[in-house]
Design a protein around this ligand. Structure first.
Ligand SMILES: [Mg+2]
Length: 218
């Protein structure tokens, strides 16, 4: 038995070593695949499918909702409400964090249209909408102006990363913000984001994950 366990351990170790050292996908080819995914329309189709499911869920939840609680929806911003794709193309999916912040500061990111439709539906049905973004507090004015310009008007909260949460993982920061909203008497029905870290942790309601092959936020 001991021998069996030892050999199992060796084979698991060998397997993980072979995975660790396998040649990863070629970076330039991966970038081309990402561009084809976007330009073919498949990216928008995939977003639309997720948003349609979110909309169906929201309709059913509202029909069964408890009148004592204020229904709410949480939206992430980048690659959820607004698209950074034009900037990513300019930087060929590279660039420094500072360059990305400068691009966001221009306040000209286009809306992700299916999300904007969900937003309008929620607002029309008295669902409070809170944006919770990893963008920093110093980016508030440009972000607010950008959201309004593309049609996200009349939101109930725009929560940006304060100094206190600057070093915190996204999931920790976002969970804490959702708890604050819940403590104010809101019932978070749905939560929409493009990163797993948008959806991790408590106080989410039902999660909806949009595709994002462009970057990863832990
Ligand atoms: Mg995002």
């Amino acid at each position: 038995m001991k021998k069996y366990i030892a050999s199992l351990f060796v084979s698991v170790f060998a397997l993980s070593a072979s995975i660790a050292f396998a040649e990863p996908p070629n970076l330039e080819i991966a970038k081309q695949q990402v561009m084809r995914y976007h330009d073919s329309g498949q990216y928008e189709k995939d977003i639309t499918n997720v948003i349609n499911s979110a909309m169906r869920y929201l309709k059913i939840a509202l029909a069964h909702s408890n009148d004592n609680k204020k229904p709410a929806m949480i939206l992430d911003i980048d690659e959820t409400a607004l698209s950074n794709y034009p900037d990513m193309i300019k930087m060929h999916f590279g660039g420094t964090f500072k360059q990305m912040q400068e691009a966001a500061a221009q306040g000209i990111d286009p809306a992700i249209k299916p999300t904007l439709e969900l937003y309008k539906f929620a607002k029309a049905h008295n669902v409070a909408v809170f944006f919770i973004t990893g963008r920093k507090e110093m980016e508030r004015n440009a972000t607010a102006a950008n959201l309004e310009k593309v049609g996200y008007t009349g939101w109930d909260g725009l929560i940006l990363r304060s100094k206190e949460y600057e070093q915190a993982p996204a999931a920790t920061y976002k969970s804490a913000m959702r708890k604050q909203i819940t403590d104010q008497g809101y019932d978070i029905i749905i939560n929409v984001g493009d990163q797993k870290s948008d959806l991790a942790g408590p106080y989410t309601g039902k999660n909806f994950k949009l595709p994002d092959p462009f970057y990863y936020i832990p």
